[in-house]
Design a protein. Structure first.
Length: 140
């Protein structure tokens, strides 16, 4: 089977607040949206924010009281971009989980939760190049 992820879907309790976070915080443009779902075309996959009740109906499974133990990551091209990206996300309804600091492996990272408490790591890793299309390459 091909090693890829096509769509990541996040449950949203308030689609308007979620849209504000992603559009005004990250600066992303929806590829499609209606009253239940917003799709964002990313660099190689699609991110969806879907009203929790509609996602539950589609999966035939409850989404639970909050997100499970995972974090999504948004890498940026410089250390200075970590602070500015986090500030935009906080201004757009995000909640600070961890201020930016240097992890043991180098670089800089901090964590912000979206309005539905999904954790986003905002990171700069000097060993992981980002190409013009925004693709990050894993490097040891």
């Amino acid at each position: 089977m091909q090693q890829q992820i096509a769509v990541v879907t996040l449950a949203a309790r308030d689609l308007s607040a979620s849209r504000h976070f992603y559009v005004d915080g990250f600066g992303w443009t929806p590829a499609f949206e209606n009253d239940e779902i917003v799709f964002y075309q990313m660099n190689g996959l699609v991110l969806a924010t879907w009203l929790a009740c509609a996602l539950e109906a589609d999966m035939e499974r409850p989404t639970g009281p909050g997100p499970a133990g995972f974090a999504l990551a948004h890498n940026v091209g410089s250390a200075a971009e970590v602070a500015s990206a986090m500030a935009r996300l906080l201004a757009a309804g995000g909640r600070l989980l961890r201020p930016a600091d240097a992890p043991p492996q180098g670089g800089l990272r901090g964590y912000v939760a979206d309005p539905d408490d999904h954790a986003w790591e905002i990171a700069w890793n000097p060993a992981w190049p980002i190409d013009a299309q925004g693709h990050v390459t894993f490097a040891a």
